[in-house]
Design a protein around this ligand. Structure first.
Ligand SMILES: Cc1ncc(COP(=O)(O)O)c(C=O)c1O
Length: 484
């Protein structure tokens, strides 16, 4: 047996083997899968634009006018007028000075991260960031500090601990997390970036077209337009095409054009993909009601699932994870649902952490509420048939991203910034401030109980070991709570 065959057999044994499923025809709300019509409940064609007649026509027309391929990278002969038109429109949409296209979201993330951090730098990355961000961090050769999912205190602590000896600091996060459908605390992250002099890259792959005012994304919803160093988005999800973009200041975009290796060393997106995305963006801006339909559809699916006993929160978030846990159980549920006419692909490690395999349901604006309610019933029936109790299926709460909450966050931000500046002033004047690692630990910490002090000292000694830094953070957090 070859090593490849052995590895494949091992994947099969672990319930992690994958195969390609074949769809005939376009990516509509219902598709023909392996010849059978099924409701499509796992596509990122959120706004239903991938098969919209105007988008198709624009792509076909572009193929006739400019041809299919760009023929080379953007920096050689591959920059075409259709790219520039799309870039200008995207910059306007994102509220930034400038924009540059990449071949895909994956390429954009590895290119931008590598341009903004190198061997002497440090990157702070949410533990549930997308694989393309993870790979971008690895490729950059920077020190990578993983902070707990959406844990702003952990990020704050990590910035304080790891940053000072490094030349550049970069915080990178998904805005809407692809597998859980929850949202990064962007306003808090922006605040920390300001305090610690870090840059921020936000990946809006699952937010563009879907969340925020008129679908302009989570950055716009948080009132942070123009405050994020680089906003990345893909053209392959809500914008129904293929390719990606980075929106930023003119200076930053010039820098990316000069330094992002995945832009420099890769062929430019083909004219049909760019023209299709441009038509989709125009449609989104002309008729933002499509975003409203996506949201009400998300509610319909969530309420339908809750009515069937699944522990799904009522919100407008279009990504609905049904976390089954074990890999084979998730696959069995997926297969049973397919047999009953609902296509919701099971997602397993390494895409999600071990033991959290799930059906990742995604709503589209082109579904009808009736189809989604029926899908909820089908999923319940499928779960019962494979011996899964819907009430045991976990679904992390997706927080509502309504404008009110975000405005409150933005208001709170100013207050917190003032408070943290005051804390720094206190430090300068010698007034005790909340627990601080550098100052209070180990040993000389009046606020820390002796046993905690010892624990901190022991942890500090083995700080380079995997997981030790996070343990240290936990002990420190406990110390802070006790001191308070
Ligand atoms: C958060 C996130 N970023 C980036 C990407 C990659 O985008 P693309 O499919 O355009 O390569 C994805 C795709 O799944 C994603 O979920």
């Amino acid at each position: 047996m070859s090593d490849i065959a052995e590895r494949l057999a091992e994947l099969e044994r672990l319930g992690l083997s994958r195969r390609l499923r074949m769809i005939s025809g376009p990516q509509g709300p219902t598709v023909l899968l392996d010849g059978k019509p099924v409701l499509l409940l796992c596509s990122n064609n959120y706004l239903g634009l991938a098969d919209h007649p105007r988008v198709r026509e624009a792509a076909a027309d572009a193929a006739m006018r400019w041809g299919v391929g760009a023929g080379s990278s953007r920096l050689v002969s591959g920059s075409m007028t259709i790219h520039r038109r799309l870039e200008e429109r995207l910059a306007g949409f994102e509220g930034t000075e400038s924009c540059v296209l990449f071949g895909s979201g994956y390429l954009a993330n590895i290119g931008v991260i590598g341009a903004l951090a190198g061997a002497d730098d440090v990157i702070f990355s949410d533990e549930l960031n997308h694989a393309s961000i993870v790979d971008g961090c690895r490729l950059s050769r920077a020190e990578v500090v993983i902070y707990r999912h959406r844990d702003i205190e952990h990020l704050d602590w990590s910035l304080r601990r790891h940053g000072e000896r490094r030349a550049r600091r970069l915080i990178v996060t998904d805005s809407v997390f692809s597998m859980d459908g929850d949202i990064a605390p962007l306003a808090h992250i922006a605040e920390l970036a300001q305090i610690y002099g870090a840059r921020i890259v936000v990946d809006e792959a699952h937010a563009t077209g879907n969340v925020g005012p008129d679908g302009r994304g989570a950055v716009a919803a948080a009132g942070l337009e123009g405050e994020i160093d680089v906003v990345i988005g893909t053209l392959g999800k809500a914008l129904g095409s293929y390719g990606a973009y980075a929106c930023a200041s003119t200076e930053m975009v010039q820098y990316l054009i000069n330094t992002a290796r995945s832009l420099i060393f890769s062929t430019a997106p083909g004219p049909p993909a760019a023209a299709g995305a441009l038509a989709a963006l125009e449609l989104l801006q002309e008729r933002p009601h499509r975003v409203g339909r996506l949201r009400s559809n998300a509610r319909a699916l969530r309420r339908g699932l809750a009515g069937e006993g699944f522990g799904v929160a009522d919100s407008e978030m279009h990504i609905v994870p049904l976390i089954v846990g074990e890999e084979r159980a998730a696959m069995a549920l997926c297969q049973q649902a397919l047999e009953l006419g609902v296509f919701a692909q099971a997602i397993r490690p390494p895409t999600v952490p071990a033991g959290t395999s799930r059906l990742r349901l995604t709503v589209m604006a082109s579904h009808t509420p009736g189809e989604l309610r029926e899908a909820a019933r089908t999923l319940c029936e499928a779960a019962r048939r494979v011996g899964i109790d819907p009430e045991q299926v976990m679904a992390p709460a997706a927080e509502p991203l309504d404008e009110v909450q975000e405005i409150e966050t933005a208001l709170g931000r100013a207050e917190r910034l003032a408070a943290s500046t005051a804390a720094e002033d206190d430090e300068a004047s010698g007034t005790p401030t909340p627990f601080d690692f550098e100052r209070d630990a180990p040993g000389a910490a009046p606020a820390v109980a002796p046993s905690l002090g010892e624990e901190l000292a022991a942890l500090s000694e083995r700080i380079e070991e995997p997981g030790a830094a996070t343990e240290l953070f936990d002990v420190e957090r406990e110390a802070t709570v006790r001191a308070a």
